[in-house]
Design a binder for this molecule. Structure first.
Ligand SMILES: Cc1ncc(COP(=O)(O)O)c(C=O)c1O
Length: 389
């Protein structure tokens, strides 16, 4: 049996009755849920076994991160990115939405500004306001079907009150793996304007293009490392987001102190099962992970082929993540998300990402379910009245 066959990503797993956020939304309706970013796959068998074993122990008291987990994270960062991280740089978090909010709270003062590129994962848009900061949105630009950062526009919009830049790398929802030259150019802006860079790298384990590599912002140079707070997690890569285990990497002691102070008394500890799953994933999940990427790559190709051929839709190439960002503006539909929901496919509404007229499709599911959803979308579009222009 080869590696890809060892794990059955084709299996259609019934998630009914598990209070799954993704599936409960359309309970009792014939709508295929391809919205919130979790996958319909079993986690690596080693993760499931480790959870069983820990549950069998039967005592679930307060728990800190095991040193074996810290060693596994450090080994993974070294192997993947040649990034040699000290154990003390790691700050454990129960989730990265918390991490984004803590970041905004830790940097600058009320009234300061936080910049980010849009469209973007919605908590990037809400965290600054929740933490009494203002939000500076800089639109990404789509050139020849490829999304890029407009650094001139960023630099023109920065003010003396801009203290923090929130980066999503790889980017949710546009699926870009930022190249070394793009990141270096961005880092230079950060240096010139003395910005702290909050780099959310939760999707770094999901690079689909075989000729691309994720590059952590903090590995670019010692200066950039000193101004960067990196957010990472095994949750997307190994499909364990419900177990709430993630971490920040902060090499600068003053930034780390500010971050920990902003968490103090508010952010709870990581759930012990989160630690157990994370350790098993980093230590033993590599074969599953390779097979997952191969499966997602084929799903991505199917989505790009099918959606690209649907009238009025265009999809940018998904270099990373299992999320396709689809431009539906040429369909003339006032509410593309509602239209596809009526057709039996539940997508995320681009407006929530500051991308009205777009929808986001999660292809982290079995091929048969994905094919059915795409067939429904195609059929609905071909029977929709043509827009008057
Ligand atoms: C870029 C990004 N950051 C953070 C999160 C959520 O992180 P958590 O579930 O750890 O709060 C997501 C989930 O989709 C995401 O895409």
């Amino acid at each position: 049996m080869n590696e890809a066959e060892e794990f059955d990503f084709d299996a259609v797993v019934d998630r009914g009755g598990t209070a799954s956020h993704k599936w409960a939304k359309y309970q009792g309706r014939d709508v295929i849920p391809l919205w919130v970013a979790d996958m319909d796959f079993h986690s690596p068998p080693e993760v499931v076994a480790a959870l069983h074993e820990r549950a069998a122990h039967g005592i679930f008291g307060y728990t800190h991160a095991p040193i074996e987990l810290e060693a596994a994270v450090r080994a993974s960062l070294l192997a993947e990115y040649a990034w040699d991280v000290d154990a003390e740089w790691i700050v454990w978090l129960p989730g990265l939405v918390s991490g984004l909010n803590v970041l905004c709270r830790a940097v600058g003062a009320p009234g300061d500004q936080v910049a980010t590129f849009t469209p973007i994962y919605p908590p990037f848009l809400s965290a600054p306001g929740s933490m009494e900061r203002t939000l500076l949105k800089v639109p990404l630009v789509c050139r020849g079907g490829r999304w890029e950062m407009d650094l001139d526009a960023l630099e023109r919009s920065l003010t003396l009150r801009t203290r923090l830049l929130l980066l999503c790398s790889p980017h949710n929802p546009v699926g870009r793996v930022w190249s070394a030259s793009e990141l270096i150019a961005l880092a230079k802006v950060g240096y010139r304007h003395d910005l702290v860079i909050g780099s959310d790298e939760i999707h770094s384990g999901l690079v689909l293009d075989e000729n691309k590599r994720h590059l952590p912002m903090a590995t670019l140079s010692p200066d950039i490392a000193g101004r960067t707070i990196t957010l990472m997690a095994p949750s997307k890569t190994f499909n364990i987001p419900g177990l709430g285990c993630s971490f920040a990497v902060i090499s600068d002691p003053a930034l780390r102190r500010a971050f920990c102070r902003a968490m103090d008394g508010i952010v709870p500890h990581v759930n012990l099962f989160g630690y157990v799953a994370a350790q098993a994933a980093y230590e033993n999940g590599a074969a599953w992970h390779r097979a997952l990427l191969a499966y997602l790559r084929d799903n991505r190709d199917l989505v790009e082929r099918e959606v690209g051929a649907m009238p009025g839709l265009a999809v940018a190439h998904v270099e990373a993540t299992y999320l396709a960002w689809i431009d539906a503006r040429q369909t003339g539909l006032a509410d593309p998300t509602g239209f596809f929901e009526e057709a039996g496919v539940g997508l995320s509404d681009g407006a929530e990402f500051d991308g009205p007229g777009f929808v986001r499709l999660n292809f982290g599911c079995s091929r048969s379910l994905l094919a059915e959803a795409l067939a429904r979308m195609r059929a609905a579009l071909s029977s929709a009245p043509r827009p008057c222009r």
